[in-house]
Design a protein around this ligand. Sequence first.
Ligand SMILES: [Fe+2]
Ligand SMILES: [Fe+2]
Length: 440
Amino acid sequence: MNLTLLVENNPEIVNFYKLNLLTWLDLETVVKKKSFEALEFLTTPLAKEIKLIIVRAKIENEQSAKILIERVDQLKLKIPIIVIGGGDYAPYPQVSNSLDIKNLIKTSAAALKITAKEMSTKVVPDFFPIPITFFQMIKKPVCEVYGLEAQTGSYKLEFSHGQDLDQATIKTLISLGIKNFYVKKLNRLEFVNNLTSEIVSKLELEDLSEDEKITATNQNIELLTNKVLSIGINEDTIRLAKKNIESLRKNVKMNPGLSKLLDQLYRNKTSYLFLHTQIISFVAIHIIKNMEWGSPEQEEKICFAALFHDIYLENDQQAKVHSSNELRQAGFTDEKKNLVERHAQMASELVAKFPRAPLGADQIIRQHHGQLNGIGFSEHHGAVLSPPAMVFVLAEEFTKLLLKQNQENVDKFEIIRELKERFPTSRFSKMIEKLDTLLV
Ligand SMILES: [Fe+2]
Ligand SMILES: [Fe+2]
């Protein structure tokens, strides 16, 4: 058995690590919530099975990593240690953003001297086992789920794709000692990635570092998009949408200046779709705060629009198209071209069905490329858009110009100059003026 000793007290992070260490590196995990429990475990016979220690730098008031490192040194144990969280623990490898699972897996593989090639050529059984307890964390599986028939050794379909998981049945099976369900080999990564996002979505953002908040928001928005597009609007997606809007607003609040936010977004390798959603929220909130009609409700509405405006776009390349000319040059197939042309209209229709969506959010989304009907792109922005839609259009254009600049050397006044040229009407000018006080 290959055992990992994980010292961590956050149950979501524990689940998140357990699942991924098992899937990617075949590691079983023993969890201890405090360093003294971990030290105790090191004195048991099972300790010799430990191949890796992953320890949170600090747990509450305890210097957990320091305590563990000292003890492992004293005992002259040759077990690699990875520290999760900030601080200086050199020469021990460190993963400062605890939600950066790719980095954790990479660092763990390096510590265990497992090469990328070995990972990719690992023999995977046709039916891949997933501990049954993980099925208590999701409502619907994203692929078919099988059970193993003990007598015959064959696999039988337990839940279909998208079917509600019956938690009472799962509880009974657990009490009968069933340890695993199975998914087909080809579905396993999709399943694990989805489950990982589901676990992250349950994290309380307050407990996270600033970098982790950014990573969590990115993942939660991707999860929301996948869920809304696959299963539609329900209680679960409404809850997640609310949480995402709060996160977008909080990420704005925790960053007084734009450069710091941008730096955080880049540092944590967020997708363009999320990155531009977060920056649009930042810029739009600033303008709204300075308009006479501005209010917290309007700020919430603009974040709601930012969250859903490009929901039908499939990738960053599509999201970067902002004009008919760019669309022509993008080289998309007719089908994709049609999607990009209509995405504003489609998203606005979707949002109109959303119970308790902020009033007028669908209009902002429909008009976010300057067209009243949400089809195509406006060249001159001559249409009489609603004021919040105008703010959105400006914020998105600002974002686009900002991302073209050198990240180290943001020139806000150059952006403002270009915006004035592109949006010469007095209605837009009044809003552009408000950007003079935007902190970079
Ligand atoms: Fe966009
Ligand atoms: Fe768009």
